[in-house]
Design a protein around this ligand. Structure first.
Ligand code: RP5
Length: 293
């Protein structure tokens, strides 16, 4: 799939963002936007998780130092350049330092919003599809996000030092199969269910196709912190256990369902962030592969 080179985040709102975005006249940094003055917002959850203050903190320091910016921030990777390195000529000033800027352009907001890292914040999106056993319609597993209420691919953030393949299984398990739940069950019953689900996920998630790696038009993005994802597509054959396994929403997901991949399905039409585009590209790639075969 082609990289995402435009966004709509500057026009978006997020329920947890108590500050409105400033007006953006021109998204690309290469075009002038006279008087552009992004609103500043870093969520209290990010501030409270400053890793230099909090033992298990998952966020970068709130107060930047020259060392942190030079040794950590600029050393980070991105999927948006060919060599995976941040381009030092693309920066904005923040707290008096040059920091990497959003690869697509202005968002109307600086600070990190709800994102922990300056620069790219990495996610993984497992796109699971099947043909509905009854109607034959192409369907995908989607969750209703607890934060925004949007339907989405059941993706999640890649934990530090975690392989993307592990994130894909973990997030799908937690959000669509409730591997963390099991209310009322004994620890043995929970462990038994988890082992069964893990085995099924290992089997199902063996042979995925990477459909996209790059920037996501996520409503949390700011000028200095943004989401990038790896989306992997798994199309289930009818005989695969997961194709008929009962889905159960867990963790950050309020609901989970098989939804039709169709413009007649409003949950599909309004998928979160860039997810509709990811699904369309995955399906086109799948059909192209089948044509070749
Ligand atoms: C999106 O945010 C990604 O595509 C992924 O689906 C998701 C990860 O964030 P959380 O679901 O963990 O909030 O940009």
């Amino acid at each position: 799939m082609k990289s995402i080179t435009t966004h709509t985040v500057h026009e978006s709102t997020h329920p947890a963002y108590s500050v409105a975005r400033s007006k953006v006249q021109n998204v690309p940094w290469a075009h002038f936007d006279l008087g552009y003055s992004p609103a500043e917002f870093t969520h209290t959850a990010v501030i409270a998780n400053d890793e230099t203050v909090q033992d298990k903190g998952w966020a970068d320091p709130n107060v930047l130092t020259k060392e942190f910016v030079e040794e950590k921030v600029w050393d980070r990777s991105t999927y948006t350049t060919e060599d995976g390195k941040l381009n030092r000529n693309k920066y904005v000033m923040y707290q008096g330092f040059k920091v990497p800027c959003n690869p697509v352009g202005r968002t109307g907001m600086t600070g990190r919003g709800l994102l922990g890292k300056y620069g790219a914040n990495f996610a993984a999106d497992p796109l699971v599809t099947r043909n509905d056993p009854e109607s034959g319609m192409l369907q995908m597993v989607a969750i209703k996000r607890g934060d925004t209420g949007d339907w989405a691919i059941p993706g999640g953030m890649v934990d530090p030092n975690e392989e993307v393949t592990v994130t894909l299984k973990r997030e799908f398990g937690e959000e669509a199969l409730d591997t963390l739940g099991g209310e009322g069950a004994t620890p043995e019953e929970k462990a038994e269910r988890k082992a069964k689900v893990d085995e099924m996920l290992n089997e199902t998630f063996k042979d995925g196709k990477v459909v996209y790696r790059g920037y996501v038009d996520d409503p949390r993005n700011t000028d200095i912190a943004w989401m990038e994802t790896t989306c992997v597509h798994f199309h289930l054959k009818p005989e695969m256990q997961l194709a008929s396994f009962t889905l159960k929403a867990g963790d950050d997901a309020a609901k989970v369902a098989w939804i039709d991949i169709s413009d007649a399905e409003p949950r599909f039409v309004r998928l979160y962030a860039s997810h509709k585009q990811l699904v369309m590209d995955a399906i086109n790639l799948m059909y192209a592969r089948e044509d070749v075969a």
